[in-house]
Design a protein. Sequence first.
Length: 146
Amino acid sequence: MEELFAAYVARSAHDVARDGQPYPAFFDVYVVRPPEKGPQPGDAPEGWRNIGAFVLVTARRPWHLEGEDQRVTTDAYRAAKATLNRVWPGLPDWAGHAALSLDMLATLRGRFTDDEVLALVHEMQDSAVDHTWTIGADPELDRTRW
């Protein structure tokens, strides 16, 4: 299931757009399973399965505007959400998707320096159960090339 999820998220790179105009985006998708633990409130009901995914996104466009990184993250999130909802129509609200910038995720985990952020990326890549990508994905974020 994780591999299929990763493939659909990578496919959504073809649908990244702003103001109705598509632009080229390149995804590296690392699917990371949620930590194993006993049943928790809000867990998936019988017959459903929770999937966690770490998605690295870079977009190639000649913008150097304030806040552009967050806008690209939002565009990619919307494209992935639309693709997943098209593939699995009728997902319940509790199965919603979420997106955070890498800097924000690192900050929430108490990591503030560039080296700590990179270490977080490495940890998540190393624990991934699947990795897929689009042609042209950013080699700087691909641990398999280091």
